[in-house]
Ligand binder design. Sequence first.
Ligand SMILES: Cc1cc2nc3c(=O)[nH]c(=O)nc-3n(C[C@H](O)[C@H](O)[C@H](O)COP(=O)(O)OP(=O)(O)OC[C@H]3O[C@@H](n4cnc5c(N)ncnc54)[C@H](O)[C@@H]3O)c2cc1C
Length: 443
Amino acid sequence: MKRKVIQYMILAIYFLSPLPIAFISLKGLNFSLAAPAFIGIVSYTWLLSELITAARPKFIEKYFSLDKFHRFHGIMAIVALALGLMHKEWASFAWGEFEFSTVFGDFAIMLFLLLTVLSVFFMTNWLGKIKIIKIVKDTVGNFFFSKYSVMKFLHNFNIVAIIALSVHVITIAYLVRGDMTLTMMYALYFTVSLSFYVYHKLIRPVLLKKNMYTITDVVNENDQIVSLTLAAENGRLFDYKAGQFIYLRVLDENYSFEEHPFSLTSAPENPHALSVSIKNSGDYTHIIQRIKAGTKVTVEGPYGGLGQPLEDIQNTDKSLVLFAGGVGITPMLGILESLRKKNAKNKTLLVWSLRNENELVYATELASFQKELPNFTFIPFYSTQNGYLDAEKTEAICESAAVPYAISEFVLCGPKGFMHTIESTLVSKNVPKQKIHFESFGL
Ligand SMILES: Cc1cc2nc3c(=O)[nH]c(=O)nc-3n(C[C@H](O)[C@H](O)[C@H](O)COP(=O)(O)OP(=O)(O)OC[C@H]3O[C@@H](n4cnc5c(N)ncnc54)[C@H](O)[C@@H]3O)c2cc1C
């Protein structure tokens, strides 16, 4: 079945998930009772679905990129919370107060609100960059706010709010409505969603430890980037596509227990080891620069859709054009390594935007691509010297490398502004959006 059709099917299941409960619950109720209840049911089922999306199930993620998946998770949580608030106000206006069972619902809504506000301030990614939030953060001090690990820690308390919310709906269904079928439906939805969450938070980390990885090689590419080779203790690597990424957790008391995403720089054609390359970008990635060979880690994945463009050019005369900004080079290394191992003849262009020549690392890898890929062109672009890549410079580079727009797949990975500029330039050259593939390093 086509990817798009499956995407629409998944979205339809998500958006229609409140209907079975609504059907049972609202039968025979008049509008003034049914309307606030319907909004509450929608809010509840969508909030429960957040437990499923938080567990990033691979069978769903593979049809979307994890980046989009996380955005959806964030936006829908806010929509569901707003509906929950609307339900609370409308229900107390239309039905009066039920002393007993709203205690849990009120507590849940308050806790959700508190955690949402705190999360937004501790976020370092897209939501935290909204102008008004940025102004407050800058005024109060980014040292206190903008800590990804604090945000993740606080986020965990949402489960308490979800449990309180479930107690609220289940007690209403059982004690107020006296409806056993409805009670069971609520309990079923809760149990299914909670199982995803429990699997993700408790069972998956234990299972991952059954096939730990050992860091067998550490290469400090420069004082800001370290490359690690990882070998599976049981000798079996998982299947992945070049350009995909993993979640890495270092099993050492000096590291936080939190897992971090890193793109694979290795190619699936190498059955013996995985590799990643990590830039010092914050607390965790700072201490990882000094990690020792022999350290144990767990690896979870693969995720991400960058494997697709390589599949699309395989056994064809299509071209592949890779645009990397800074550490966004990492998935490109995996993709190029895979092409090299396959002896691919496709025309391939790598444009790597860097601040200056000192950042130009991976000399061995780049030399081997240049030597062994017959149609490979590498263009480093130094922004200190030439300014940031804009539409004109992007076009000039593509022209100098004779990029055949009509038969190329494009892969972009780097800062948001960088990817946006290149995407709009390509679109202005009539490249269809489905031929432009992204990976965003800020989830
Ligand atoms: C799909 C993907 C692939 C990536 N691949 C690479 C790579 O190959 N090499 C590399 O050097 N970096 C990569 N990154 C970025 C890397 O994950 C972050 O730089 C790292 O997690 C920062 O953690 P920190 O504690 O050092 O920094 P912090 O100061 O906590 O955060 C710095 C930035 O990293 C983000 N970040 C922090 N922790 C996480 C997390 N657990 N999950 C998601 N984002 C986080 C924050 O939102 C922030 O924007 C990738 C990120 C993503 C999403």
